[in-house]
Write a protein that binds this ligand. Structure first.
Ligand SMILES: [Zn+2]
Length: 296
């Protein structure tokens, strides 16, 4: 299965209409991140118009820290009550630049409120965190109460990731083209973290591969390969150097199984799967490939 823990369908199809075929034709499963009700409707319409995609695409909605608006809390609550979203996100904190830093107090307030809403609704959360790791630790008790926490585009350190896990947060760390672009910290974290804590994502159409103008779900194949390469090399070094190392039973399989179960369960229950996503915390490194403006 090709698993994309975080991408933006509406914005993706605007620049890459052919990605719709890729999604339809492959064993694909992904979380479509929406920050406005109109985007949710866009994904719902896409699903309605494209038979077979209901099982491939799950909708997430959250108040993005780069556009914190209190009134959107009502939208979030409404979408949850109408059973239209599978996770809350992307939500979080961003003080990457001056403009974002100015709304930081409001961001904190909305982040806390959305964590509470997610906890009550028993939904996973998807987090976008930039330059705000200390504040994540301030919220650690709240994060522990949430079933799954996915750190989207994680660019914190391995030690911070381990600490989050040690605190008892059911956290998953999601990586995309940063790995292909040679992002040292991300590569290090993938090397260090247990495989069943690693997820793949594109953040499409944002965060492209070097030399490309946008990212797309097709990139997942290369990202998966990169993770396998990192993990296999480790297996090689720790085991018999001359025997072929098996492909790691890593996140990719783990996630497939996990979401396969979720899909089956939701089909049986006749409702959208609500509790099998994760909180995605988006921690992007400041100077990464000049994509500052493009991190969503
Ligand atoms: Zn995003």
């Amino acid at each position: 299965m090709i698993f994309d823990a975080h991408f933006h369908l509406k914005q993706l199809l605007e620049v890459s209409p052919e990605s719709a075929d890729f999604i339809k034709e492959n064993d694909f499963f992904g979380f479509c991140s929406c920050r406005k009700a109109e985007e949710v409707e866009f994904v719902e319409n896409f699903i309605a118009e494209n038979p077979g995609t209901a099982e491939k695409l799950k909708i997430t909605f959250g108040i993005h820290p780069q556009a914190p608006e209190e009134k959107d809390l009502h939208t979030l609550e409404r979408l949850i009550s109408e059973n239209r979203i599978a996770a809350v996100g992307e939500i979080g904190l961003d003080r990457f630049n001056e403009e974002f830093a100015q709304t930081f107090e409001l961001q904190k307030k909305l982040f806390a409120a959305q964590l509470e809403i997610a906890r009550c609704a028993k939904l996973p959360v998807i987090l976008h965190i930039r330059k705000a790791i200390p504040e994540i630790f301030e919220q650690i008790q709240e994060l522990k109460k949430i079933e799954k926490v996915i750190f989207h585009s994680y660019s914190g350190t391995a030690a911070e990731a381990e600490s989050i896990l040690d605190h008892g947060v059911n956290a998953f760390f999601s990586f995309g083209n940063a790995l292909l672009n040679g992002h040292k910290k991300a590569l290090e974290v993938v090397k260090t973290l247990p495989e069943n804590r690693i997820l793949t994502e594109t953040d499409a159409p944002y965060q492209p591969k070097k030399g490309e103008s946008f990212s797309k779900p097709q990139n997942i194949l290369e990202i998966m390969e990169k993770i396998r390469e990192i993990k296999t090399r480790q297996t090689d070094l720790s085991g018999d150097l001359w025997s072929p190392a098996p492909l790691p039973q890593g996140s990719l399989d783990f996630v497939s199984i996990k979401f396969e179960q979720a899909r089956q369960a939701s089909t049986e229950a006749g409702e959208v799967s609500r509790s099998d996503g994760g909180v995605i915390i988006d921690i992007m490194e400041d100077k990464h490939n000049g994509l500052k403006e493009n991190v969503e």
